[in-house]
Design a protein around this ligand. Structure first.
Ligand SMILES: [Zn+2]
Length: 90
């Protein structure tokens, strides 16, 4: 079972391996990841796909859902291209 975090017109949501949307739409990517992680926790054993890059990696536990590479770049996991520009500029 693998999920992808995808952008939608209204925010972020989660798709399953069949490209069907399985979650509500979230305002932030983090919230979508959180939702997917919770679902994965219920179903997956220790080998998980990284939620950011989909690469399989050895998870240390249910809290561990990003591969070591992405964990280091959590603030900027998808790069500038997909970064939502919701921050307000005063
Ligand atoms: Zn990764």
């Amino acid at each position: 079972m693998s999920y992808s975090i995808v952008t939608t017109r209204h925010g972020w949501s989660v798709e399953n391996a069949a490209r069907e949307r399985v979650s509500p739409v979230f305002a932030t990517r983090g919230a979508a990841i959180e939702w997917a992680a919770k679902r994965i926790e219920r179903t997956a054993p220790q080998d998980r796909s990284c939620l950011a890059c989909q690469r399989p990696f050895r998870s240390a536990g249910i809290h561990d859902r990003l591969c070591p590479h992405c964990e280091h770049h959590q603030d900027d996991g998808l790069g500038d291209v997909q970064r939502p520009t919701i921050r307000s500029r005063a």
